[in-house]
Design a protein around this ligand. Structure first.
Ligand code: 3HC
Ligand code: NAI
Length: 722
């Protein structure tokens, strides 16, 4: 948990030892409290160096202990005693000093960091504030504005930035612990300056009017928080630091963290932390798993299609240092694509202060033949099965036999593509999200033929690109878009029943979504779904002309988006969609009076009496419909865990992280309530079969609504794809 040793005769070396990240669990806190006491009371010890084992100082509190009854000594008195000591205490920071780890370091009198170390207070990402004096000591060290930015965003800083800010005293390239020991030897007996090193005894360094900074900070945080409490509470803690003596500030910090620690938002955010990490632990029905499957080396990747997605994928690959051969079919598209890619790389290089973007890694071509030597291909051509099949057949002839063939399809059958190749085991879906160089999510779609090696390679490549990969099974729309379809359907039905697009969006944004569903549709382009509906026979010549307009394939259907597309209203790109834009390509959505008239006419044409739609109905119908489909996805084995579904929604669909994801949200609302509300809505809308509660949801309620990570045990006859 922590080791004590003596070096250079008078220096006590305390080494935190709790792999993998030296988190401060109860046993660690107990051990360091004991050995720090021993060091501080041992007459032969003149100074203390605190470090962490295996190149990591400390990642803070043990997050697994949150929500459990407190045990072991608290951090605050340990840090207080250390800081109050007359013996200099030096932190030797390697790897990370985060949260409680940085709070311990701030309680030390000096901080030496390795050049590759990162420091920060990520508590806000867990629904918390720094709760062991961090919110009171950091502003006393670096001033209110800088502390406000770091604590409210959770941003980590490099050792170099920490030095500039004054968080650390020295940055070293060599051996941090040896340097810290030498440093400690030098400061032994330099008693007078020690007093000034105690941050609790300083008043915060105000360079500007703190009240104004805090007020402005609060306004900014409230605007960005999308309903999350923790960032707002962080500002309150900093206000305490700015206005109260240290001891009263500490009392406030304690009250504030106690208020947050058991909140549903903190639970949701901590759930997300582990869900994101668990998503990496994939397994296949064959028994292959993340930790027994070897990925292939990927040095050179082919990207086919340089449209919206191909461009972002190319940028992501090049930024990760991977060579890309980008293939287009049309000269004009290639030119446009090339300029877009180079522009994005240029801007990125400028942002990072690099002189030259890594363009030497790029080849643009109109010839598929140039893909002979790539290790992996990502296909991003139009969403057209016949085209993709032709392309995959050609790729088989062109690429070396070991090349992995991946498709970025949004929802077409990955197996159907695999079977046209002579290398079915090397075909997987790599489903990126737009813009692909920004969005974190990557669905790795594996079919019955996909080999463990192919899945491992796609997941490892995703990680290199900085993506959060989730392995999912193959079905129309996979996980994300399959659930999204039902979410969209509900939104259209709500318009038919009386709501306006901006009303639905406002409710969803107040719930915490980054953007309302209609703004998202306008941004992506309404033609995307239109093409999918045409391809799946919901519209077009295959539909029997006698079929009622609001009825398809045995259930209620809303032709609203099709009618907009027929009028050329495709969203932002055409200047009009669910909203009105100043010009085609405009970004600022404005409620469109013509849309309101269009909806009125539509309702009267179909004899629909508009009614007032309450905000709670918008949320319930949209989110419960999604979760209900999530239960079906679990039952079919398309997702291995409810957590994976939530990761997909948080990282790919703008679901508010502080609400955990649609499955976690359903659990927090209460499965019995979700079941009862779905029954209610299904009774009102019997022509919408997807509102009928799924069998898994019903069984979970019968079983007493077990916690999320036990749901899989209730899946019956699992024909798992995973
Ligand atoms: N508590 C418990 N487990 C932790 C942990 C923590 N603070 N930090 C990381 N872990 C676990 C992870 O769950 C993972 O476990 P697994 O292997 O079983 O999945 C393992 O450690 C390795 O973590 P990563 O996979 O994330 O490894 P990386 O190398 O990619 O990242 C890291 C390391 C940067 C330390 C990252 O894990 C991280 O950001 N951790 C969280 C840090 C944090 O939020 N600290 C604040 C805690 S709250 C606090 O300190 C309150 C204080 O104010 C009192
Ligand atoms: P797009 O229409 O912007 O670009 C497609 C590009 O492919 C065009 O530049 C076209 O010239 C090129 N192309 C077509 N046939 C080709 C061929 N045989 N060889 C080389 N290039 C060819 O399409 P977009 O939006 O980039 O979509 C691509 C794929 O990604 C689709 O399967 C889509 O469903 C999927 N996708 C799209 C998302 C989006 O938000 N746009 C999100 C996730 C996936």
């Amino acid at each position: 948990m922590a080791r004590y040793s003596r070096t250079e005769g008078t220096i006590a070396l305390i080494t935190l030892s709790n792999p993998p990240v030296n988190a401060l669990g109860a046993a660690v806190r107990r051990t360091i409290t004991d050995i720090m006491h021993r060091a501080l009371t041992d007459g032969e010890v003149k100074a203390v160096v605190l470090c962490g084992e295996n190149g990591t100082f400390c990642a803070g509190a043990d997050i697994r202990e949150f929500g459990k009854p407190p045990s072991g000594p608290a951090l605050v008195p340990l840090i207080h005693d250390m800081e109050a000591s007359e013996k200099p205490v030096v932190a030797a920071i390697e790897g990370v000093a985060l949260g409680g780890g940085l709070e311990i370091a701030l309680g030390c009198h000096y901080r030496i960091a390795h050049a590759k170390a990162r420091l920060g207070f990520p508590e806000v990402m867990l629904g918390l504030i720094p709760g062991a004096g961090g919110s009171q000591r950091l502003p006393r060290l670096i001033g209110i504005p800088a502390a406000l930015e770091l604590i409210t965003t959770g941003r980590l800083v490099s050792a170099q930035e920490a030095l500039k800010l004054g968080i650390v005293d020295q940055v070293v390239d060599g051996n941090t612990i040896e340097t810290a020991v030498k440093f400690a030897l030098n400061v032994i007996g330099v008693c007078r300056p020690l007093l000034s090193r105690r941050l609790s005894e300083r008043t915060p360094a105000f360079s500007v009017d703190a009240a104004a900074v805090l007020e402005e900070g609060m306004a900014r945080v409230k605007q960005r928080a999308r309903g999350a409490f923790a960032p707002v509470v962080c500002v309150q803690a900093l206000r305490a630091a700015a206005t109260l003596p240290y001891s009263r500030g500490m009392e406030t910090e304690e009250q504030l963290i106690n208020m947050l620690i058991d909140s549903s938002q903190a639970r949701a955010l901590q759930y997300c932390f582990f869900a994101q990490r668990n998503a990496r632990k994939w397994s296949l029905p064959s028994g292959a798993r993340w930790n027994n499957s070897k990925p292939r080396a990927v040095h050179r990747v082919g990207v086919v299609g340089l449209g919206t997605m191909g461009r972002g994928i190319t940028v992501s690959l090049v930024k990760a240092g991977i060579s890309v051969v980008a293939v287009e079919m049309e000269e004009k598209q290639m030119d446009l694509g090339m300029r877009a890619v180079l522009g994005m790389l240029e801007r990125d290089a400028q942002r990072r202060g690099d002189t030259r973007p890594p363009t030497h890694l790029l080849t643009f071509t109109l010839s598929l033949q140039q893909l002979g030597n790539v290790d992996l291909v990502i296909e991003a051509v139009f969403e057209d099965m016949a085209l993709k099949k032709r392309l995959f057949t050609e790729l088989c002839n062109v690429c070396k036999p070991s090349t992995l063939l991946c498709t970025n399809t949004s929802g077409l059958d990955v197996d159907a593509l695999a079977v046209v190749t002579h290398r079915r085991s090397l075909v997987v879906g790599m489903h990126f999200f737009a813009p692909a160089n920004v969005m974190k999510l990557l669905e790795v779609v594996c079919g019955p033929h996909s080999s463990a090696e192919a899945v491992a390679t796609a997941m490892t490549l995703g990680k290199r690109l900085g993506k959060v990969g989730v392995v999912v099974g193959n079905c129309p729309g996979f996980v994300g878009n399959r659930m999204m379809k039902l979410y969209l359907d509900q939104a259209y039905f709500l318009l038919e029943e009386g709501a306006a697009p901006e009303q639905v969006d406002q409710v969803l944004e107040e719930f915490g979504f980054t953007m309302g569903i209609f703004k998202v549709s306008d941004l992506s382009g309404l033609d995307v779904g239109w093409r999918v509906r045409k391809a799946s026979g919901l519209i077009g010549p295959d539909v029997n002309p006698k079929t009622p307009s609001r009825w398809r394939q045995g259930c209620r259907y809303s032709p609203l988006p099709d009618l907009l597309c027929e009028q050329g209203h495709l969203g932002q790109k055409s200047g009009r969609g669910w909203y009105l834009y100043e010009t085609p390509g405009g970004k600022e959505p404005k409620p469109d009076p013509a849309m309101h008239r269009f909806l009125q006419e539509y309702r009267s044409r179909y004899g629909l009496t508009p009614r007032h739609v309450h905000a709670h109905e918008v949320i319930e119908r949209c989110t419960y419909a999604m979760a209900n489909e999530g239960f079906r996805i679990l039952e079919e084995g398309i997702a291995a865990r409810a957590e994976d579904i939530d990761v997909i929604y948080v990282f790919g669909y703008g679901w508010p992280r502080h609400r955990g994801g649609p499955m976690f949200h359903a659990a927090q609302v209460g499965l019995a309530t979700v079941l009862q509300r779905l029954e209610h809505y299904h009774q009102l809308h019997p022509d919408v079969p997807h509102l009928q509660p799924s069998p898994l949801l019903q069984r979970l309620v019968e079983a007493g609504s077990p916690p999320v990570h036990h749901w899989r045990e209730h899946v019956q006859h699992l024909h798992s794809h995973l």
